[in-house]
Design a protein around this ligand. Structure first.
Ligand code: SF4
Length: 446
């Protein structure tokens, strides 16, 4: 590394919400950029406001199985626009004092890079950028990530950053940071070849308790409720060998046992992708555990794929069912057809999976949703022996369902991303009943 290489500080901000839980989440995009910056000769410091494993946490959040668990949370006032919601609103993550201490302890950066995730979490981004501004008033702040991409104009106006970057932004971030620092770095990766990217810089964390993995970006489907096609157009993939080498790297170097696949399309074209990845894991004799919090496609879950998932050590299987009804479903998606869910569950069971390791997501809160169908879907999933998991719908700009969501909402969705919050069921019209929400949650859990 060059001696006078500039320092860049990258920060994962707090979450402000009614609920949040760590399902092996880490800011893969931000830490990939951190890895790329190091590859280009920069020195990088990292602050994770959501660090459940921070050594100075006053009281750690309750730990769950396989590394997932509760974030530390601090109750804060509800945003005024959500004053009708009868739930506590919290800041999830480490106390502000620890964030300030980390900024003080870091070498003075030349640029601060902040990421953002859910659109309605932007208040946590704004709060973090306020702290950075106060402590490092002369240092430019660059904001990227999902909120910055989906709600670009809002972010420019409200986030408090000097620069807001949209989309898959590795190349433009490096170019911008080169410009801001005056540090010349010839590009050392190819934007369209994911094998040329470094691994996300998880080593910058206090510890590496688990690793989320992306074997590719994008998805060939265009479900009306999902922003995958807008955030990552097309399907780009790493080679199976590159993925296996990353799993081996984190397992051998950092003793990581739990890996969570966060792909949108992990099983698509299974023969040329997930099959050689899992065969590679088996050939290397790795004793690790895999989890799929982001849901697997049901259709490609063949007997062969199910067997490989079982042999490779998958412990948490989530299936993207969304609804068990198919009349009129083509209006929202075409990723699963009648009978395919039961067939996939059968393959998983025959491969050796116990029912309690399998969950099926069902969307709750879609605009105009027939709640009788939701109730029946929950019962159909239960009858199959696996767990129904309610996936509360969040309206997302730039999706096909957005205008229907705006029309259906009892809030002015266009006016403020705070209303996109899935905890408030924003697309259920008045009279909206929290009792009914409780009923469906109990039905799914019972
Ligand atoms: S299949 Fe999944 S990732 Fe792909 S568009 Fe549909 S919901 Fe999004």
């Amino acid at each position: 590394m060059q001696k006078d290489a500039p320092y860049i500080l990258v920060i994962n901000p707090w979450i402000h919400d009614f609920a949040a839980y760590d399902f092996w989440a880490r800011p893969i995009g931000l830490l990939t950029i951190a890895g790329i910056l190091r590859m280009h000769g920069y020195q990088v410091s990292y602050i994770d406001c959501l660090d459940r494993f921070h050594p100075e946490l006053p009281r750690p959040g309750k730990a769950g199985r396989f590394g997932k668990g509760h974030y530390l949370k601090t109750r804060i006032p509800r945003p005024e626009k959500l004053s009708d919601v009868p739930r506590n609103y919290c800041r999830y993550g480490i106390p502000e004092g620890l964030v300030r201490k980390a900024i003080n302890d870091s070498p003075r950066p030349e640029v601060v890079l902040v990421t953002s995730l859910m659109t309605y979490w932007y208040p946590g981004v704004v709060a973090l950028i306020e702290v950075v501004r106060e402590m490092l008033p002369e240092v430019p702040v660059v904001l990227g990530g999902i909120y910055a991409t989906l709600c670009h104009d809002h972010a420019v106006k409200h986030a408090g950053a000097d620069y807001v970057i949209s989309g898959d932004s590795e190349v433009s971030v490096v170019e911008m940071i080169d410009r801001l620092t005056g540090f010349a770095s010839a590009q050392r990766f190819l934007a369209d070849q994911l094998d040329t990217y470094p691994y996300p810089a998880f080593d910058l964390q206090h510890s590496v308790p688990y690793v989320p993995i992306l074997t590719g970006r994008g998805c060939p489907f265009r479900c009306a409720y999902c922003a995958s096609g807008f955030l990552s157009p097309g399907l780009r993939r790493r080679s199976p060998q590159h993925v296996v080498e990353e799993i081996v790297y984190w397992h051998k170097r950092y003793s990581v046992l739990d890996f969570a696949f966060y792909d949108d399309a992990l099983l698509i074209d299974a023969d040329s992708h997930i099959v050689p990845i899992l065969e590679g894991v088996l050939t290397r004799g790795l004793e690790v555990r895999f989890h799929t919090p982001n849901a697997l496609h049901i259709r490609p879950l063949s007997r062969e794929v199910a067997e490989l998932l079982f042999l490779a050590g998958f412990e948490t299987i989530r299936l993207g069912l969304e609804t068990a009804f198919f009349d009129g479903r083509k209006a929202i998606d075409s990723k699963v057809g009648p009978g395919e869910f039961q067939q996939a569950v059968g393959h998983l069971r025959e491969a050796g999976f116990k029912d309690e390791t399998i969950g099926a997501y069902l969307l709750y809160g879609l605009p105009g949703q027939d709640l009788a169908e939701l109730e029946a879907s929950i019962k159909i999933v239960k009858a199959s022996g696996v767990r129904p998991i309610l996936a509360q719908y969040s309206p997302i700009p730039h999706t096909a369902l957005w205008s229907a969501a705006v029309t259906a909402s009892r809030y002015d969705l266009d006016s403020d991303p705070i209303f996109h919050n899935n905890s408030i069921f924003p697309c259920q019209k008045e009279p909206f009943s929290w009792d009914k929400v409780g009923y469906f949650k109990r039905l799914a859990q019972g």
